[in-house]
Design a protein around this ligand. Structure first.
Ligand SMILES: Cc1ncc(COP(=O)(O)O)c(C=O)c1O
Length: 407
């Protein structure tokens, strides 16, 4: 466990440079999105940023187009169109029997899960409050803690199976712990939190009166079978202290729509709704109509989704093994964290990913961008596979060039 210090530092702008806020100076541009730009310039197959290169379900497109034609083009209710919230609650009840969500008081529709997380942090965390995060983590959570003034407390996920050391987790909690951020299935490691792990979180959160902010954007993309994903909000002791964050982005292949939501007890939801209102007013009204269609998709859609992703995972993993990477196949989400030691003994993940883009034609993300201490990720790069089989095969063909590059 280590404490991240960057959030509390207050850097100064170098002389002769326009002044920007200390907060904005503290974090850099997204490395993942930078890799995407570089991939475009060099015509590389983009296995860096996690967006699908295949179509979303037709039902979503039809519903969104019909909504535009029907003049659903003005502001929706700031915390989400009533029909969309009702359908989110209905889908939750169908998927997780026993979990009841009141759409009138417990849901706030946001601009993607990105806004859901920052709105939650700004609504429920005060500057100086400690927030526990697992390390490595999805890069947005770093700036989220900086923008909200939270002090991150990091708990290591231990390779190769990304396990949690219960003693380290216990040691991270104190009476200053306001919240713990969970992400299951997890980006970047593919870890899916098991019941025992969630029960330990529940025990500690109750003891220290801590909230849970859980990012479940990969809820349906997991390879453990039915019941593999357990929403923390369904664990006894966490029902009244959990903010569940989700979005249309990954499950329905519409990352560009920017539609997400929070589910939380009424008092927390009304604080999140207030913050959300002044951050963005609301998510796009016609796309919330698309969301209604998404929520009405049958159960088979989700089993098909998991099967398709399993096939994509296996295709990519086979070519990564052939290339000489070592890794643990992910249990969920759609990323593979590869150990690069056999290929890049020097351990310069940034140089390796740049050369892969410019000389091999495949984009991945340097592992250092997922760790509080970048050195912890220097022997790792992350590949994503929300891609058509032909894209993954093209990447596999190009990866054969990596051996020559290194050799
Ligand atoms: C864990 C996690 N949370 C959130 C997001 C962003 O979600 P959205 O597009 O809904 O803002 C991503 C995207 O890669 C992610 O991996």
């Amino acid at each position: 466990m280590a404490e991240q210090t960057t959030a509390s530092a207050s850097p100064r702008a170098p002389a002769n440079q326009p002044r920007i806020s200390a907060k904005a100076m503290t974090f850099t541009e997204s490395v993942i999105r930078e890799m995407t730009r570089l991939a475009l310039v060099h015509g590389a197959v983009n296995l860096a940023q996690g967006f699908p290169d295949f179509s979303c379900p037709q039902e979503l497109k039809d519903a969104a187009k019909a909504a535009i034609d029907a003049d659903v083009n003005q502001y929706a209710i700031t915390w989400g169109a009533a029909e969309f919230r009702a359908e989110i609650a209905a889908k939750v009840a169908r998927t997780y029997p026993g979990w009841t969500v009141d759409p009138e008081r417990e849901i706030c529709v946001t601009c993607g899960s990105t806004e859901a997380m920052i709105a939650t942090m700004l609504a429920l965390v005060d500057p100086g409050d400690e927030v526990i995060m697992f390390d490595p983590y999805y890069e947005n959570y770093g700036p989220d803690t900086i923008l909200s003034g939270a002090v991150p407390k990091l708990v290591r996920l231990h390779a190769p199976d990304w396990s949690i050391d219960p003693a380290e987790l216990r040691a991270a909690f104190s009476d200053r712990t306001r919240a713990i951020i969970l992400n299951t299935p997890h980006n970047p490691t593919g870890k899916v939190l098991r019941r025992e792990e969630l029960e330990l979180v529940a025990e500690l959160c109750q003891r220290h009166d801590t909230l849970v902010f859980t990012d479940e954007i990969y809820e349906h993309i997991q390879y453990l079978g039915p019941g593999g994903h357990i929403p923390p909000a369904t664990i006894p002791g966490l029902e009244d202290r959990t903010v569940t964050i989700n979005a249309l982005s990954k499950t329905y292949a519409v990352t560009g729509w920017r539609v997400g939501w929070t589910i939380a007890p009424p008092a927390y939801t009304s604080a999140i709704r207030k913050v959300h209102d002044f951050l963005t007013v609301g998510a796009a009204a016609p796309l919330q109509a698309g969301g209604v269609a998404a929520m009405r998709l049958p159960a088979e859609y989700y089993t098909g989704l998991a099967e398709q992703y399993r096939a994509r995972r296996d295709l990519l993993c086979a070519s990564l093994t052939a290339t000489g990477f070592t890794f643990r196949p992910p249990d969920g989400a759609y990323y593979v964290m590869c150990d690069t030691r056999a290929i890049d003994p020097a351990g310069d993940d940034v140089a390796l990913t740049r050369r892969m883009i410019t000389e091999v034609g495949v984009a991945a993300v340097p592992g250092s961008s997922f760790f509080a201490n970048p050195a912890d990720g220097r022997h790792i790069i992350r590949f994503g596979y929300p891609k058509r089989h032909e894209t993954l095969r093209a990447a596999a063909d190009r990866l054969t060039g990596l051996a020559q590059l290194i050799g």
